[in-house]
Ligand binder design. Sequence first.
Ligand SMILES: [Zn+2]
Length: 455
Amino acid sequence: MELFFGGKIITGASSAEGALVVDNGRIIKVSTEENAAETLAAEYPEAVKTDLKGLCIMAGGIDAHVHFREPGATGKADMETESRAALLGGITSVMDMPNTKPATTSIQAVKDKIALAQGRMWTNYAFHIGATNDNADEIAESAGMSMPGLGAIKVFLGSSTGNMLVDNQEALDRIFSIKTRPVLIHSEDENIIKKNLLEAKEKYGDNVPFEEHPNIRSRKACIMSSIRALEKAMDCGTHLHLLHVTTAEEVHMIRAAKIQKAKITGETSLNYMTFCDEDYAVLKGKVKCNPAVKTAADRQLLRDAFHDGIIDTIGSDHAPHLLSEKDAPYLNCPSGVPSVQQSLSGVITVALDEKTPLEKVASAMSERAADIFGIKDRGYLKEGYIADMVVFDPEKEFTVGKPAYKCGWTPYEGRTFKGWIKDVYLAGRKVVADGVLVEEKPSGQPLLLEPLRDA
Ligand SMILES: [Zn+2]
């Protein structure tokens, strides 16, 4: 039993000095009343005491959008290396995307990934299942299952990654009629992108400059696709989670949908709150990602939307590639930015810069993700919840160093962040101490998603 006191307890609802008690892996008491530390110390005299003076304690980060590349591309990244980096960054649970090789487009493929993860994941985990034009039956079946490690449903409406581009109306109708799981949408219109790419090739030949990326994967491609997705979701009553929102227009759409009380939620990533189109001239392939980062005005609006709670969650979209691959010319350069280790500190930095209350960080980085995905017993600093927790120093500025990823780089390296991740707890066990991994072997557990209710 351990009593934490002297620090600020940050939840989506409040940020206040207080104390909490952890026993047997779970939070059994949280108090922000006056003299909470003394009261709880008297109530639990056997508890080991940990002083968090000057620090903040929050539920561990839930990153529902990572690409750990396993199986199929373990030269770039694997479950063990990337989950270790995530843990060091204060992320205690991840949900991995289905565009691996083979693609995770069947229940069996999810089971295979769960088997691969066993004993190798430093964080808790689940694996999303990807929709195709031909697997609607299996997707519907998965939505009714209660299997630890099984994630939500991912639909690539725009970008064909493997065979996962879904454009068959009948298949989409069936998927959008699912009510028990969120439907995650990658929203970019493939036809608009193809046309833009063709034009760029005509103009520049093989030497398309990286600055063209936001013109090729244009805002129009995002907006047109999102209009269709939101309209359909509102018709069908789908729990639609719009992934990596990049444009002001999509933020406004989500805001409008919420006024209509539609079950529309939105995610952005730190990449879109940090970089803008001007960075392509300098950082080139290192910030090539899909969707493209848009303008400085979009970046500011995304920061405002995080402040206002219009953006519900922040996923890293951690998508590692080797530096040698990212150094290739535009047309051969793969898209994706490695960032899971920087995500939480980076979001704390954005919050402090924008004078956004830290409550919003707790909300976007864990509580809302737990709600939207129906994650059982995690994501909150609340009595009865599993003690996945992160302790950070909001005052401490630091320079982002070499990340722990297998690929060994991130575009955030060298930037100044606030919100240093000091300690990380997984089910009450200290696994990171003073920024250093102290756990001997991975102990992440599969996440259990509970069916969503139509409330
Ligand atoms: Zn992604």
